[in-house]
Structures are given as structure tokens and as C-alpha cells.
Design a protein around this ligand. Structure first.
Ligand code: PGA
Length: 248
């Protein structure tokens, strides 16, 4: 089977609602595609205006985070139902910035992933090593641990629909993209782990993205790797360049 390529933009904490509408209007003609999934993961307050601006286009709107409870006294958090109510189908979980600045653990990410699946939201589950871990030679062990915990109690059916994003922390926002060999090695190891956990067909179906300073120049080679099914793009997703990345 052939997996559909994903071009996901991670806007991080950028763009006001008014700016979000403008950017989507600007990018809509540039990211048209019938054979790829184009997803803009926007700040929570931009979700509704972004959905309106993307209505009738091929752009899907995703969230950047979500809590693992249904509702209640969790000041500042957003529930899965709030997302599905407005039509959000994707959520980034466990981005390294959330792990780093907001102390999210593998266990939190597992709870969030289970909740997302329960509500029919596709999680984009992030993993990645620091430069120190890479230099210590523990990258693959670290990533396996992150993914194993994130997928605990996730059924095979749900796992096959998941999206995993491998994002080496040292490559995020630094302009230092991993080489295609480094990116393929880890994405291949993630697929091998999914095969160990769930068998061949889930490993064939799950989509694995690379993220970390992806740009129009590096995207074609990265996306051509056997185990890389697209990208999670930060900085370059806020510019017309994202259109070239989608074309890659
Ligand atoms: P970057 O961010 O493309 O700006 O490096 C990627 C990400 O953090 O998802």
C-alpha cells in the first residue's frame, strides 16, 4: 500500500487570528494538492478563524496540544471535545517544546494520545533526541522509549492511523536539518519498532514524518526516503515557501 504524504505546518506561538486568516488566504493557492494531506497546526485561539478561512480548501486545521481529561478544573487547558466540536481532526502531541518548557512526560503524551483516539482525533506524536543524546550514541534507544510509552494501550487499529513526527531537538529552529541518512535511520527504526509492537500491516500504514529545519531545498530528498512520509514544518510553514515544501 502507499501511504499518503503529510505536509504539516506547526505555527507554534505565531500569528494572531487576523494574521491567521491572512496567511491562510495567501497560502491556499500555493498548497493545493489532491494526493497529500496538508495540515496547519495553529494556536488555540486561531483554530476557529483558521477553520473558517480554510473552508472549501484542501487545508486541514490541527491543534498544537490538548488535555487528557474530558472537562473540569484544568485552568488553561483545552479538551478533546472542544476540538472535535469545531471540526479539528489532528493534534500535535509531545512536541519537544512542550516536553522542555512545560515538562510533559511520555506518560502524559500516552494519556493524551489515548484520549485523542477515543475522540477520533489523529495525534501527531512527536519524538526526538537532544544533541547530547546523539553524541552519546543513545538516539535510537531514547526514541524507542518515547514511542513505546506513547503507544502503551493504543490498539492496532488506532496505531495504524497515528502520525509520528521524528524531530531531533538540535535541528528545530536552528537551520541545521538532519542529513537524509540520519532522518531515514531514525524513521526506519521507528517503523521497525511499530512492526515489533503491532506487526507488518500497522507498520506499513502508520505515517512517519521528519521535522527540524525542513525547507524547500531539503524537503525533496527527505520526503523521498523509504520511511519518511512527509514533514512537520515550523518556521517555513509561515511563508510562501511552504507551497514548495508541499510540492516536494
Ligand atoms: P522548524 O520547527 O521547522 O522551525 O525547525 C519544526 C518543529 O518544531 O515542528
Amino acid at each position: 500500500m502507499s501511504r499518503r504524504i503529510v505536509a504539516a505546518g506547526n505555527w507554534k506561538m505565531n500569528k494572531t487570528p487576523a494574521e491567521a486568516r491572512e496567511l491562510i488566504a495567501e497560502l491556499t493557492p500555493l498548497v493545493k494538492s489532491d494526493e497529500k494531506d496538508v495540515i496547519f497546526c495553529v494556536p488555540a485561539i486561531d483554530i476557529v478563524p483558521a477553520l473558517e478561512a480554510a473552508d472549501g480548501t484542501n487545508i486541514k486545521i490541527g491543534a498544537q496540544n490538548m488535555y487528557f481529561e474530558e472537562s473540569g478544573a484544568y485552568t488553561g487547558e483545552i479538551s478533546p471535545q472542544m476540538l472535535t466540536d469545531v471540526g479539528v481532526e489532528y493534534v500535535i502531541l509531545g512536541h519537544s517544546e512542550r516536553r522542555g518548557y512545560f515538562h510533559e512526560t511520555n506518560e502524559d503524551i500516552n494519556r493524551k494520545a489515548l484520549k485523542a483516539f477515543e475522540h477520533g482525533i489523529t495525534p501527531i506524536i512527536c519524538c526526538g533526541e537532544s544533541l547530547e543524546q546523539r553524541e552519546q550514541g543513545i538516539t535510537i534507544d531514547w526514541i524507542r522509549q518515547q514511542i513505546k510509552v506513547a503507544f502503551q494501550n493504543v490498539s492496532a487499529e488506532d496505531a495504524s492511523k497515528a502520525i509520528v513526527a521524528y524531530e531531533p531537538i538540535w535541528a528545530i529552529g536552528t537551520g541545521k536539518t538532519a542529513t537524509t541518512e540520519q532522518a531515514q535511520e531514525v524513521c526506519g527504526a521507528i517503523r521497525a519498532l511499530i512492526k515489533e509492537l503491532y506487526g507488518d500491516s500497522v507498520a506499513e500504514e502508520i505515517r512517519i514524518l521528519y521535522g527540524g529545519s525542513v525547507n524547500a531545498k531539503t524537503a525533496p530528498d527527505l520526503f523521498a526516503q523509504p520511511d519518511i512520509d512527509g514533514g512537520l514544518v515550523g518556521g517555513a510553514s509561515l511563508k510562501a515557501e511552504f507551497g514548495d515544501i508541499v510540492k516536494a
